[in-house]
Design a protein around this ligand. Structure first.
Ligand code: SDX
Length: 428
């Protein structure tokens, strides 16, 4: 058997399947002919051992805690780059020149305004609606307002709708916050950076000038970078599956937002801070550790564990450093940070977490920073969706422009009743 082949004996048949290699990471066994040749499916609920596509955008080595965007380590991008530059990199595959970056930033800036009619769309929601519910609704509605860029076969349409989505998410997010606190919407300010503009639309008010705090702008921009893309996670796979049917990009991103909301995924940042608030002081930590270890208790440590990382999430490392920077810049302290640090220390010294390779993930510290900046916990996943939009859009573009792209249609192991005849109501 050559290295680039695998053989499988099943149902009395032996078949050979190609083994394909990427540039780095695990090889894959191409099973596309398995059903035709054996009449059998593979079985992999949760896709723990399944590659759904090939992609050149993001690479994760879960055992080593490595995250690369187009080959660049997340730690270097978080330290030296910006969210706009990382967005360009994810979309185009290479770091931009200064001219390319200026042109890209200018294009995004000029798409930040929303169709004025959408402002009335917000007024249909209750004031106490969860901002993620508002974001799902408003983004799904974008295709009703920007139908001139939904021909996914047209690269120009794909580029325009990609830029519109990246540019308008901060405006949509800020408006969702403003609506929830009963303050007037603040229009985009083209003089500001992508992130500075978002902070002003969120925390500025028409009654006075708003000064962007550079340290906060830098921290927020870095948080966006840390959330920009993450290979084939649940929400990205949702966007790809929705896109594989030919659905318009706005509908696909709305599907990704809906999936991200779950507490096992992007909703974990809100859940993690709520968990830290529930724990309160470090003396209560062991009780919650014991609950997380109890098989009969559904409680899990939110912000801990990961499907891929079986080592420290490199984003959590940067996040922890950013907490200290924001606290210093805002001259604030939050006892929950001490509780989080202590919780991490106790958990990582506990055999249960060590054996299951459970480490803090991107969501463990992010809520502490966002809370210090002034966001309510209900906005945390909205910020995650805002940043992840560029990753979803880049992955969607990669899939749509693949000539071999087909509609995604998994099969199943059927466990229901075999065929039986209808029983008339009079006989039941
Ligand atoms: C994100 O995929 C991505 O890339 C996602 C993401 C991205 O950028 O897109 O990185 C963002 O979603 C980060 C993850 C945020 N979620 C949370 O923090 C929620 C808490 N974590 C867990 O629910 C869990 O760790 C998952 C969902 C993240 C991963 O779960 P898996 O891979 O399906 O693992 P599992 O549920 O099979 O757990 C393996 C074992 C189980 O015990 P056993 O059945 O083997 O005895 O570990 C235990 C679990 O009970 N376990 C935990 C735990 N996470 C897993 N026990 C206590 N606390 C936890 N947090």
């Amino acid at each position: 058997m050559s290295d680039n082949q695998a053989s499988l004996t099943a149902g009395g048949k032996t078949i050979d399947m190609p083994v394909n290699s990427g540039t780095i990471g695990p090889d894959v066994i191409d099973i596309r002919k398995l059903y035709a040749q054996t009449g059998m499916f593979t079985y992999d609920p949760g896709f723990t051992s399944t590659a759904s596509c090939d992609s050149a955008i993001t690479y994760i080595d879960g055992d080593e805690g490595v995250l690369l965007h187009r080959g660049y380590p997340i730690g270097q991008l978080a330290e030296h780059s910006s969210f706009m530059e990382v967005s360009y990199l994810l979309l185009n595959g290479e770091l931009p020149s200064s001219g390319e970056l200026a042109e890209f930033s200018r294009t995004i800036t000029r798409h930040t305004m929303l169709h004025e009619q959408l402002a009335t769309f917000y007024r249909g929601f209750r004031r106490d609606a969860h901002p993620m519910a508002i974001m799902c609704g408003v983004v799904g509605a974008l295709s009703a307002f920007y139908h001139d860029s939904t021909d996914i076969a047209d690269p120009t349409h794909r580029k325009i709708s990609s830029h519109r989505l990246i540019a308008k998410m901060p405006t949509i997010a800020a408006m969702a916050y403003k609506y929830s606190v009963g303050q007037p919407f603040v229009y985009p300010d083209n003089k500001l950076s992508y992130t500075g503009n978002f902070l002003k639309m969120t925390f500025g008010v028409p009654a006075e000038e708003y000064e962007v705090v550079p340290a906060v702008e830098k921290a927020m921009d870095r948080i966006f970078t840390l959330h920009a893309d993450h290979e084939q996670n649940a929400s990205t796979s949702t966007v790809r599956l929705a896109g594989s049917s030919g659905a318009n990009p706005f509908a696909c991103i709305a599907a990704g937002i809906a999936c991200l909301w779950g507490p096992a995924h992007g909703g974990a940042n809100e859940a993690a801070l709520n968990m830290l608030k529930e724990i309160g002081t470090p003396d209560k930590i062991q009780h919650y550790i014991d609950r997380a270890k109890d098989k009969n208790d559904p409680f899990r440590l939110m912000g801990f564990g990961h499907r891929v990382y079986k080592n420290y999430d490199p984003r959590a490392t940067v996040m922890q450093t950013t907490v200290r920077e924001v606290f210093a810049a805002l001259n604030v302290q939050d006892p929950l940070f001490e509780t989080a640090l202590r919780l991490e220390e106790i958990a990582l010294s506990d055999p249960y977490f060590a054996e299951k390779k459970l480490f803090p993930n991107v969501d463990f510290y992010s809520g502490i920073i966002l809370s210090a900046i002034g966001f309510p916990t209900t906005m945390f996943t909205v910020l995650f969706a805002l940043a992840r939009t560029v990753g979803w859009v880049a992955q969607w573009n990669e899939m749509i422009s693949d000539p071999g792209q087909k509609i995604g249609r998994p099969r199943q192991l059927y466990t229901g009743p075999t065929q039986r005849d209808y029983i008339p109501l009079s006989e039941r």
